[in-house]
Design a protein around this ligand. Structure first.
Ligand code: HPA
Length: 280
């Protein structure tokens, strides 16, 4: 874990050699949602491949570029495309960007994803505010020796999705006329989609949406005392006899993009002084 800190610091030094810009808001954009990154008034655009220790995604629909600049006047660092546990990367790599964002001075992380809706009321193309998650990846990104400089051995996850940011997102959504669902995100290892029995199980244990990302990043964000806002785009719902497919997921993400972008932009605009997690 001390080596992890060293790797983060080497990445940080590389970014600092490219730009003196100090972001306060981090954003991770999920499958098909990367377009928001193009709306940032960028001061630096850095391909992941150039950043020491930064993993590069292999999945269609996931570009790999880190963008620093302003959006709605807020200093942001945007991760356009992410790596997933199912690609075979260790959890440390999957969550490396969150460590780097923290080191860059970020205090608030907006994390987004494409997800399957398991709440029968949900429809493809809707947005869901993540109220909480259930980690079914089978592991945690914090397994292994803990570096107390990065966070506590046993971090609290009772406020992993910052309640104040959830309230703000709901207010903003209703102000701009966006229907925003709220629910529990179930995080799986993937890459296969789920069996009908697994979907029934996840519904029974309280899940509203399911996906293959986000949970590792949010656990590391909590370990790093970051405020978190999580938004899922419901890209598919489960109809008996019909499975999910990646094309359908990307198409629905395409459809929801304008609404997604206006929600995130409006939340950023409305965030006043968000204190660090400890102070909230
Ligand atoms: N299952 C898991 N991950 C997903 C899904 C799904 O149905 N849709 C988008 N990501």
């Amino acid at each position: 874990m001390e080596n992890l800190r060293k790797r983060v610091n080497e990445s940080l030094a590389f970014i600092k050699s490219r730009t003196g810009f100090s972001p306060q808001f981090g954003m991770i954009l999920g499958s098909g949602l990367g377009e928001l990154a193009d709306e940032v008034e960028a001061v630096a655009k850095i391909p992941y491949a150039e950043i020491p220790h930064f993993p590069v995604s292999t999945v269609a629909g996931h570009e790999g570029i880190l963008i620093l600049g302003t959006l709605e006047g807020r200093p942001v660092v945007v991760q356009k495309g992410r790596t997933h546990f199912y690609e075979g990367y260790p959890m440390e790599k999957v969550t490396f960007s969150v460590r780097l964002m923290k080191a860059l001075g970020v205090h608030t992380l907006v994390v987004t994803n494409a997800a399957g809706g398991i709440n029968p009321q949900f429809r493809a193309g809707e947005l869901m505010l993540i109220a909480d998650h259930i980690n079914l990846t089978g592991t945690s990104p914090l397994v292994g020796p803990n570096d107390p400089e990065l966070g506590p051995r046993f971090p609290d996850l009772s406020r992993a999705y910052t309640p104040e940011l959830r309230e703000l997102a709901k207010e903003v959504a209703s102000k701009i006329g966006i229907q925003l669902r709220e629910g529990i995100f179930v995080g799986l290892h993937g890459p296969n989609y789920e069996t009908p029995a697994e979907l029934r199980f996840m519904r029974q244990i309280g899940g509203d949406a399911v996906g293959m990302s986000t949970v590792p990043e949010v656990i590391v964000a909590a370990h790093s005392s970051l405020n978190v806002l999580g938004i899922s785009c419901i890209t598919n719902v489960f109809i008996p006899g019909k499975g999910a497919d990646h094309e359908e997921v990307l198409q629905a993400a395409e459809m929801v993009k304008p609404v997604f972008k206006s929600l995130i932009r409006s939340v950023l605009k409305e965030i006043k002084e968000v204190a660090r997690n400890e102070a909230l």
